[in-house]
Design a protein around this ligand. Structure first.
Ligand code: FES
Ligand code: FES
Length: 154
């Protein structure tokens, strides 16, 4: 049964009328038109659908819309300040950390969560944090370089 949910989404209060069991990913993409967050496996295994809830990287494909109520939700669309890209986004461009680009929103959201809680991570901490975000283009070295650049390590 549908009901109305109030979401704090990219700094704006947003209302959506939907079933409580629907995934946050489906609601973002299908109801709210935020297609930057990608559908990969649908099982919490690939990281393509990563968004931030109160600064924590979560898999939106296995998070219900009801679970997101009350949290500050951030998607890839909310990172840039107008035309000015956020530091991780800019680093991904500078280090060519995208090939097909499909995994990139999820990679950037995971890296953003890491750098907010650990602004100067070691390479090992970056690898550990990014480990669950898969890239079917196997562009891992460039992704690692980009996160290190955004952290100011390069
Ligand atoms: S689509 Fe959510 S983890 Fe793969
Ligand atoms: S750049 Fe193609 S899936 Fe990562």
């Amino acid at each position: 049964m549908n009901r109305e949910f109030a979401l704090d989404l990219n700094g704006k209060q947003t209302k959506v009328d939907t079933d409580a069991e629907r995934s946050l990913l489906d609601v973002l993409r299908e109801d709210l038109g935020l297609t930057g967050t990608k559908y990969g496996c649908g099982e919490g295994e690939c990281g393509a659908c990563t968004v931030l809830l109160d600064g924590r990287a979560v898999r939106s494909c296995v998070t219900s819309v009801a679970e997101a109520v009350g949290a500050k939700i951030e998607t890839i669309e909310g990172l840039a300040d107008g035309e000015k890209l956020q530091s991780v986004q800019q680093a991904f461009i500078e280090d060519s950390a995208l090939q097909c680009g499909y995994c990139v929103p999820g990679q950037i959201m995971t890296a953003t969560a890491l750098l907010r809680r650990t602004p100067r991570p070691s390479r090992e901490q970056i690898v550990a944090a990014m480990d669950g975000n898969l890239c079917r283009c196997c562009n891992y070295m460039n992704i690692l370089a980009a996160v290190e650049r955004a952290a100011g390590a390069r």
